[in-house]
Structures are given as structure tokens and as C-alpha cells.
Design a protein around this ligand. Sequence first.
Ligand code: FES
Length: 150
Amino acid sequence: MSTHDIIKQFEPQQHNLLHILHALQDANPANYLTEEALEQTARHLGVTKSSVYGVARYYTMFSLKPRGKFIIRVCASAVCELLKVNEVIEALEEELQIKIGETTKDGTFTVEQSECLGQCQEAPSMMINDKVHNNLDRGRIRKILQEYRS
Ligand code: FES
């Protein structure tokens, strides 16, 4: 479906902005919002391009640059931090050979930090796309990544 077709599914009302941005990002295999998508959204809603950019930049779930097929969001909030999320991040960086904020060369994984995922009772936690993974340690990280690779 084209960018235009996706945007047309929504009434041209400002309260649809987040819905449109989500739909556009989800439809992009590289998991990000293109400049063209933002411009067309602004035109459809009758708002300025800068206001759409502002929203897209404000929310961490949106990206303005290409990302991997799987977005790994590691919680870096207080409880996870207490429960050694740093070791989880180290394990991910070693396994994937990238740093937080980067995408693997094959375009499979992007690792990002996130705020609390609401999983504190089973921390440390991360999400891969829409799925939550809890009680993380080095061994679990390795196993989870293998599942996604296959
Ligand atoms: S602090 Fe990490 S899930 Fe809540």
C-alpha cells in the first residue's frame, strides 16, 4: 500500500496524527518515517510540516532513520537498572556487535533504550517489536536472539 493510500484511511483531523504515523512506520519494512511520509501527513491534516516533525521526534517509538526488522527496546528505568540491565545491554551489544541506537549490518536488529515497560516485577525486561521478554540474563538473551534469527 502506498503512503498516500495509508494516509487516506484516516479522516483529516489532527487527533489522527499519531495513528497515521504509526500506520506509516509499521508499513515501512525499514521501520521508520520517511520525509515524504511526514510531508504527506502534514498536507493531509492541514498542519505545518514542522509540527508533524516535532511529534515524530518527540515520541521515542518513532524513528526518522532506517532501523532493523526487529526493534529491541531495553528498559533502562530504575528497577531494571537496579537489577543489572547494564549486563543485558552488554550481552546484546556483544551478541549483535552493535551499540545502543545502532542497527546490525544485515538490517535484522536495532537496539534502543526505553522507559519502564511496566514489567518491573519480572525485570530486567525488553521488548522485541510487540513482544515482551522478562527475567533477562546473558543466557536468555542468546536464546531469544537465536529464535528471532531463525
Ligand atoms: S523499570 Fe524496567 S520494566 Fe519497569
